[in-house]
Design a protein around this ligand. Structure first.
Ligand code: C5P
Length: 306
């Protein structure tokens, strides 16, 4: 049997997220700009002689490890697509989780993306990129971006991706909350706040220009997230933590559907000083600094080398 394979999959922030009307399939049309950041889940795939098992550590310790877990579903979907007979060849997955659960940073999606790449390598399925991306999109709207990484604009459910030229490095202060938020609940809250027809979503050209120029301050200035008000409406804790960011004159946003709060800071040092203080605030699970953009799923070389 082959050796275990470990990959790392990044979390993401949304620098821009415009929500459009609800579609016939219940999803919302989006125009969003994703950026992959330096916060990773590690996914290890170890060959076994049949079936899919999952164990988790770190922030994933209390998550379900049955086939409701997106990583298990990703392995099963790849096996089905590539004709792998799971009665003879299988995988023991282990995920070490650092990306917050239900935090709007694509934690579950990162695990699914990492599992696809790890199992593809383990089973030698060599699925072409377009089929891998289609599988990823079936698993969840953010899974294709976690494969790709970098900075990209996403349309449709967020799965129709185009990589963007984004100059510069971004440094973010991130505050994760003790309580997560359900993505469908936040979209529902968005819907209930609309009094008329919602226009088709688009990314403002001024925002794209700021990104291309590497003007990080203007990116923050023109940033937008239509899910911010609905998420904060549902999360009193995040509303309270926002005060901290405002007191320090930071342009705060939520990531994705929240409740994780993010703000650009001008240096890692300043960010870390603020993170230390934020960790003591009520409702905050953790606070730390990440940078972006980083690449998508990557192999971790020689993790198990003797
Ligand atoms: O695709 P994903 O599984 O991440 O979506 C979770 C839920 O979030 C969907 O079932 C839907 O309720 C909502 N959603 C949406 N529009 C999107 C993405 C997600 O309404 N573009």
């Amino acid at each position: 049997m082959g050796k275990p394979i470990t990959v790392r999959a990044p979390g993401k922030v949304n620098l821009y997220l415009a929500v459009g009307p609800t579609r016939a399939d219940g999803f919302h049309d989006l125009a969003t700009v994703f950026q992959a950041v330096s916060l990773y889940d590690d996914i290890t795939a170890t060959p076994n002689d049949g079936g899919i098992t999952l164990s988790m550590s770190g922030l994933g310790e209390h998550l379900p490890v049955d086939d409701t877990n997106l990583a298990v579903r990703a392995a099963a979907a790849l096996a089905r697509e590539a004709g792998v007979d799971l009665t003879e060849t299988g995988v023991d997955l282990h995920i070490h989780k650092r990306i917050p659960v239900a935090g709007g940073m694509a934690g579950g999606s990162a695990d699914a993306a990492g599992t696809l790449i790890a199992c593809d390598a383990l089973w030698g399925t060599k699925l072409p990129n377009d089929r891998l991306l289609a599988l990823a999109a079936d698993l969840g709207s953010d899974v294709p971006f976690c494969l790709l990484g970098g900075t990209a604009v996403g349309y449709g459910r967020g799965e129709n991706l185009t990589p963007l030229l984004a100059r510069g490095t971004y440094t973010y202060l991130v505050a994760t909350m003790l309580e997560g938020l359900s993505t469908p609940a936040v979209f529902k809250e968005f819907d209930s706040g609309q009094s008329g027809p919602v226009p088709p979503p688009e990314v403002a050209p001024t925002f794209l220009r700021a990104l291309a120029q590497g003007d990080t301050q203007l990116v923050a200035y023109f940033g937008r997230n239509d899910l911010m008000s609905p998420a904060l409406e549902l999360h009193r804790g995040a509303r309270h933590v926002m005060e901290f960011f405002c007191q320090h004159s930071l342009t705060v946003m939520i990531s994705g559907s929240g409740p994780t709060l993010i703000a650009q800071v001008e240096s890692v040092e300043r960010g870390e000083g603020l993170a230390e203080r934020l960790r003591n605030w009520p409702h905050v699970a953790d606070a730390f600094v990440v940078t972006g953009p980083v690449t998508g799923v990557e192999f971790v070389p020689d993790r198990y080398a003797p």
